[in-house]
Design a protein around this ligand. Structure first.
Ligand code: MN
Length: 365
């Protein structure tokens, strides 16, 4: 399914790929707003998540390219996904990535969560303007694996931030100043997981028409295996007044059944999502630099992979806790959930401030 502008300046295209039975991606092309969303959760919940999120983004998006306001729109999209799960639409644990850009001539406001990407092609050279929030991206940054190895890593689909999992979602929001003639690409991992950046650059640099470029990228991702849903938005940037918001041209791929399904790949994806979703529901308190820190996820590591994300650093010295609590915290103390963890932190703060006689030697501030 596709939408093309009449003056060809932008194009949006999504494809189910060659392996999945349904398309859980969604995209928005409503100039000056452009976005892609990659739904996660399986059993059609991912489809609900990406649709709810893009609907909410459209409702909440600012009129002009303002990164802070766009970031806030992504946060309301997050709330909408959490609420939809609570109301029985989709299912709990569903989530979605979101990479949104508002253009104002060549100025871009970007808001981003997850492992979908925004790229900019400038004078034939492609660069990424978003950072993946994924386990393999963290492993690459930590020097544990290479970019190439990440493509085949069993945990490649585990993302460390998604809409739908945490009301206090952190959104990357920033401005980018592009130049006349630059080309913006938004895509889900069904594209960048199948094609390396050099391939993507070669296509974007060689085809003038955005629609043709988008089509060629999708075809190339399918030729490379099409292991996931593929979504591509290509926008040619030009100086001048921003386009007026037009009637909605947001499109969603319809559920498309393929004659053959490589189930094993879907199972890998579902297993990774399951591990991620389970870890997201857990929390623990640990020590870092002598202070108490709250984490979401599971302590320790499994086969070299960590599944935890720091939620809150505190000034509470571990040494100020009751000896029992202190030793549990030092070992990574699992609590029921984030709320239980926060309640415990509050209690420790109260103990610190309110009852110094209990621990006279350890209060620091
Ligand atoms: Mn995907």
């Amino acid at each position: 399914m596709s939408v093309f502008s009449e003056r060809p300046r932008w194009a949006g295209l999504t494809d189910v790929g060659k392996v999945r039975s349904a398309n859980e991606d969604a995209f928005v092309v409503e100039p000056p707003l452009f976005a892609v969303a990659d739904g996660l959760g399986g059993h059609q919940a991912g489809e609900v998540a990406s649709e709810v999120a893009t609907d909410a983004l459209l409702d909440a998006a600012p009129k002009r390219a303002d990164a802070v306001a766009l970031g806030r729109a992504v946060i309301s999209a997050n709330r909408a996904v959490i609420k939809a799960a609570r109301d029985g639409r989709g299912r709990s644990g569903m989530g979605t990535t979101m990479t949104a850009v508002m253009t104002q001539g060549t100025r871009l406001a970007v808001a981003h969560v997850g492992d979908s990407r925004a790229y900019l092609l400038h004078e034939g050279v492609l660069s990424r303007i978003t950072e993946d929030h994924s386990l393999v991206a963290e492993m690459i940054r930590g020097g544990e694996i290479t970019e190439r190895e990440s493509r085949f890593h069993p945990m490649r689909s585990v993302i460390t931030r998604a809409l739908g999992s945490d009301a206090r979602l952190e959104v990357d929001a920033f401005d980018v100043q592009a130049e006349q003639g630059d080309r913006l690409l938004l895509c889900t991992d069904g594209l960048h997981g199948m094609l390396d950046d050099d391939r993507i650059q070669a296509v974007l640099a060689s085809l003038t028409d955005p629609g043709e470029a988008a089509r060629t990228l999708i075809d190339a991702a399918n030729d490379a295996g099409g292991q996931d849903n593929i979504t591509v938005v290509v926008v040619d940037l030009a100086e001048g007044e921003p386009d007026a918001r037009r009637p909605s041209r947001r499109m969603r791929a319809t559920l498309a059944m393929l004659a053959w399904v490589v189930a094993a790949l879907a199972v890998v994806g579902a297993g990774a999502w399951g591990a991620y979703a389970y870890a997201q529901s857990r929390a623990f308190i640990a020590e870092e630099g002598g202070r108490v820190v709250l984490y979401r996820g599971l302590p320790g590591e499994f086969a070299g992979i960590t599944l935890h994300w720091k939620v809150e650093e505190t000034d509470i010295p571990v040494a100020s806790l009751r000896p029992n609590d202190a030793s549990r915290v030092r070992g990574g103390w699992a609590v029921d959930d984030i709320d239980a963890g926060r309640a415990l932190l509050d209690k420790y703060r109260r103990d610190l401030g309110g009852a110094p006689e209990s621990f006279p030697a350890t209060t620091t501030q």
